[in-house]
Each structure stands twice: as structure tokens, then as C-alpha cells.
Write a protein that binds this ligand. Structure first.
Ligand SMILES: [Mn+2]
Length: 351
């Protein structure tokens, strides 16, 4: 069904009653927006971005303890570990997430999938329903997870007609073509780079008053965010145009790039799927002897293909039906791609 109104009120109470809250959040627009919504509402506490792993591991508990947090919020992280929970001195741990349900002891766990496994509305959607303010931040996070909330979109359009022109109906079009999508990309790209720099940008975002402050660079704060975004964007655009040269194949786009550059595999993979919905794409970044890939497909379910492709390969992978991740030894990568293509072709023939 959803997260009930009663439970949303409970989350709000945890926020209201916290004195030193700490917020751990995922490093994407949905995670960032969820944090911003809570922090801007409660106006106290500390934010910690959890980068480069879906897991929230034990070592992060130290950060909560060093801060003497009385309440620990975990936002949009798919895999909070029991070790993390047990490692926190505070026993007031509030988890808000929309990934597949996980079982943990000693937490207040909120997830729309508990009552309906197919309700995966983004974390920032629920965070907005808790605080009822900063709709533009909520929408920036929500569209980042490819979702248009029917109950919020009209209100949002009235407030910011220029951000979502009427012609955009599909979440993919909205994300890649509308100004709101651009704002979501800004949220995504300011999270790239060194932690210190990233936290500086996030701190600024806690104070921004409107989307136009960023989009039209109306203030020094807005300009700072926009400049940082543009720098990252130019790096991204270069990679995207290289990747676009790999689209000749009828069914596949395979593209890898060296590791010293920023990780954009998820973003590239999503955009290439949007531009070429009839092709499966594998986008990899080489790092420490492995190619770390994002794999996207519109129609074909990836996990069974991935399973076949991984036979005899040093590596691992998994994920959702249409979006997976994999990590493959550099030396095995070509063989992996070959087996992957073979498995897809076999399936196409069967059909
Ligand atoms: Mn999310």
C-alpha cells in the first residue's frame, strides 16, 4: 500500500525529538534530496554521504558515535548491515528506504515494500511526505529515480511551470530533457569528486532557497553549485560522445574507460538506454584490475543473462531486472562480453 500516514508521523516525531541527529544517505539525487529535506526541516545535525557502495558498513558507526548522535537516520541505502546497527551507541536508528526489504534487529524500519513489494516510490517522495516542505528538492530527487508522482506533479507544475513543460509525460523524457531533469543532474554531479568538496557543495544546498538560484546563477551560492556542475558535466559529455561511437551493433553498446576519471557508469548507462532503448548497454570503468560495469536493458531481463555470462569468469554481478552492476577482472572482460552477447542472442532466437 504505502508507508502509512501514522508511520510518516512517527518518522516526523523522531526528527522533532532528536537533539543531535546524524544522517547517512546514498550518493545519488534521491539520497541527497532525502537528506536535504530532513535537514532543512529539523535544522540541526550532521550529514554523511555514503559513497561507492550500496552497503552501510560497520565503520560508519564510528562516525555516529564520534558525533555523539542521539538519533541515526539512514536514507536510501539498500544494504544497511547489522554490524553497523550494533556498532552504533545510539539505539534510536531510523531507516527510510525503498529497495527490497531487509531484516534488521534493533531499528525503526520504514519501507513501502513491506506492505506492497511493488511499491518502490523513491525515498525522497516519502521524506517529502514526512516534512511537507521544499517540494522542488523532493521532485529533483524523485525524478532522479525515474518516477513522476501523480499526487505531487500538478502542485509542482503550478509552483514551477518553467521546470516541467506540459509536453513531458514519460519519466525518462522528463529526466533527460526537461529543466527539472537538469536540476536532478546537477544534484547528481555535485556529488562527484573529493569528499571534502562534495560536502561543501551539500552544505550550500542546505541553504539554497529556490531552484532558480542555481539554474539562473542568481547568487554566489547558486553560482558555486552551477560552476562545479559544469566542470563535471564537461567530463561527462566527453565520455558520452566517446560512448556514442560504440552504437553500431544492432543489439549492444559496449564501452569502457580508464579509472582515473570520475565514475559515471550509472549515468552513462541510463542515458544511453534512454537514447537507444532497443540496445542493451554495458558501460565499464577500469579500476584496480577490475572493470566495474553498469548494465541496462529495456526489454530483456538481465540477471539470467548475467548468470550465464559469468560462467568461468573472475568477477561477480547482480541487481534488478533492467539495471545491473558487475565487476569483472580486466583480463576476463572480453570473454565476459562474448558470453553475454551469446546468452542474449540465444534468448532472442528462442523468442
Ligand atoms: Mn533511491
Amino acid at each position: 500500500m504505502a508507508i502509512s500516514e501514522k508511520n510518516l508521523q512517527r518518522i516526523k516525531k523522531y526528527l522533532d525529538e532528536s537533539k543531535k541527529p546524524i544522517f547517512f544517505f546514498d550518493d545519488d539525487p534521491d539520497g541527497l534530496s532525502s537528506f536535504l529535506l530532513f535537514y532543512r526541516y529539523v535544522k540541526r545535525g550532521k550529514g554523511v554521504i555514503v559513497k561507492s557502495s550500496p552497503m552501510l558498513k560497520e565503520e560508519y558507526a564510528i562516525k555516529a558515535n564520534e558525533y555523539y548522535a542521539d538519533t541515526v537516520f539512514v536514507l536510501d541505502k539498500p544494504l544497511t548491515t547489522q554490524e553497523f546497527v550494533d556498532g552504533c551507541v545510539s539505539n534510536n536508528i531510523v531507516i527510510l528506504d525503498h529497495h527490497p526489504v531487509i531484516k534488521l534487529k534493533g531499528v525503526h524500519y520504514f519501507n513501502p515494500r513491506i506492505s506492497n513489494s511493488s511499491d518502490n516510490r523513491p525515498t525522497s517522495y516519502w521524506a517529502y511526505r514526512v516534512v511537507n516542505q521544499d517540494l522542488w528538492i523532493a521532485m529533483t530527487g524523485i525524478i532522479g529515480d525515474w518516477y513522476i508522482p501523480p499526487d505531487l506533479i500538478d502542485k509542482f507544475r503550478k509552483l514551477y511551470p518553467e521546470l516541467v513543460p506540459k509536453k513531458y509525460k514519460d519519466p525518462g523524457d522528463m529526466l533527460f530533457e526537461s529543466p527539472l531533469g537538469r536540476l536532478s543532474r546537477i544534484f547528481s554531479f555535485v556529488l562527484k569528486g573529493r569528499s571534502q568538496e562534495v560536502m561543501k557543495a551539500i552544505k550550500i544546498l542546505t541553504r539554497i532557497t529556490s531552484p532558480s538560484e542555481i539554474m539562473n546563477q542568481e547568487t554566489a551560492r547558486g553560482r558555486f553549485i552551477y560552476k562545479k556542475f559544469e566542470k563535471v558535466e564537461s567530463e561527462y559529455e566527453k565520455l558520452l560522445s566517446s560512448a556514442m561511437k560504440h552504437v553500431q551493433d544492432k543489439h549492444f553498446i559496449v564501452f569502457t574507460y580508464p579509472g582515473r576519471k570520475t565514475s559515471f557508469t550509472g549515468e552513462l548507462s541510463n542515458e544511453l538506454l534512454h537514447r537507444f532503448p532497443d540496445k542493451i548497454n554495458i558501460i565499464g570503468r577500469e579500476k584496480s584490475g577490475f572493470v566495474r560495469c553498469s548494465i541496462r536493458s529495456k526489454d530483456i531481463s538481465i540477471p539470467p543473462i548475467l548468470k550465464k555470462a559469468l560462467v568461468g569468469i573472475r568477477g561477480y554481478g547482480g541487481g534488478h531486472d533492467h539495471a545491473c552492476g558487475a565487476s569483472i577482472k580486466v583480463d576476463d572482460f572480453n570473454k565476459f562480453v562474448e558470453q553475454f552477447k551469446l546468452a542474449v542472442n540465444e534468448q532472442l532466437v528462442e523468442k
